[in-house]
Write a protein that binds this ligand. Sequence first.
Ligand code: NAD
Length: 498
Amino acid sequence: MKSNPELKLVDLPAAPLAARNLIAGEWSNGQAAARPVVSPYTGASIGTIYPASPGDVNRCVEEASKAFASWRAVPIKERTAVLLRLRELLLRDVDALAHSAARESGKLVAEGRAEVLKGIEVLEFAASLQNSDLGGALEVSRGVTCEYRREPLGVTVGITPFNFPTMVPMWMIPISLALGNAFILKPSDKVPFTPVMLGDLIREAGFPNGVFSVLQGGREIVEALAEHPGVSAVGFVGSSAVAKSVYARAGTTGKRALCLGGAKNHLLVVPDADPLVTVEGVVASFTGCAGQRCMAASVLIAVGQVDLLIEKIVEAASKVELGRDMGALIDRAAHNRLVKAIERAQAEGASIRLDGRKAAAPKGHEQGFWLGPTIIDHARPTMECGCVELFGPVLTIVRVNNLDEALRLERESPYGNALSVFTTSGAVAQYVSDNAASGMIGINIGVPVPREPFSFGGTKESKFGTGDITGAGGVELWSQRKKITAKWTVQPDKNWMS
Ligand code: NAD
């Protein structure tokens, strides 16, 4: 693999960082106990998180409700003008945001930059709503018109995971705010500092106080928000178990919710696949962000005789250097979990073609959470490495005889985020995209994330709720339709509808 000079680690901060709560436009320490946050690069503390308490949640929702009352009355063209100012600020500070995301999540700076740019793409979609027809009208009977308008919901909440400190919040914030809602972000407590930078930029852009808030913390804050009567809608992105429980909690208190969960993505490689496209696509997919992406390749299904391609994949992955081409795992627990999963695969009879446990940590970062790319071959689909989300740079290879066997494995998976096929045959690509169960399909693309204006979302346990989270799906999620039926004159030729 060619090395990219942009892919490198960042220095740790000169002074400790502080992650506070943004309520009514002011940053404040939460009422819960503060705790240190460590960098995945070194395992050393880089600052402190000051989590909110349930009392802070109440105050935040109350202030957001007040701000919503005025914000909803601002015309959409003025709301999107503020968003476009935010776009300029994000571009101004893209490097600082990229470094911050890298520092706290363990990814490379280039990966941090890419997530800011993807976030800006969602913002651009949201800003374009000022020129979209967000309603409609029709004469439904003589003299009777039906009209619908899209209206905001009220106080909306986004609960986000550790792996994309900028991008996943930005999947939700711009669309919700453009549509006239107030928005409360509850970021992962593992990456609390980049959301603070985001909060500062949102303030600087000119959003009124209380329209955007940040509440730091973990489970207690998530549950308080999901159950709060003042919250109208919840967007969640994280693991399936938590997604399911947040969806249930929000549902029992009558909220709209869309909760995106985990994944076990399959890559199908067939004998006619182009070697260059396949090797680059597979390796980038399972090693990017150290495999900590919900769209990362997890199981390579070798359809028929593709040993030569597998050799090339192993060779390319063996050249991936930690700290240069790949970042770190989020924490010690993730490292231990992955090492144990590799040990269990070995004990169950799979062969370890590439052993990331032996990879050297970058110099001076030996106490960080590093694991090199790992390839487990000749696995059975029922093994843990074949069916459980591992969320790290581990690729499991399962061998099958034909496409139908491959598609059966994908359909039987409890997850349904992404599936990619590597082939030069249009007929194979068509057959796979017609018959796969996943919500996002790639053809010769290892990470098939739909770009705006197309929406992002999987199926099965990768998503609880209807619709998708970005693009047109985001518009549906963060707004409701009001229907107005009107008549202004008495009709001489009345019918049953008049
Ligand atoms: P996580 O589920 O542990 O945390 C997600 C959010 O929920 C965080 O804000 C966290 O503070 C909070 N949380 C954690 N435990 C909780 C609990 N018991 N009750 C209530 N809230 C809780 O996920 P993570 O480890 O931060 O992120 C990795 C997971 O996210 C993976 O499973 C990955 O596949 C998934 N993910 C999915 C998508 C997608 O679009 N489907 C995108 C990114 C990540």
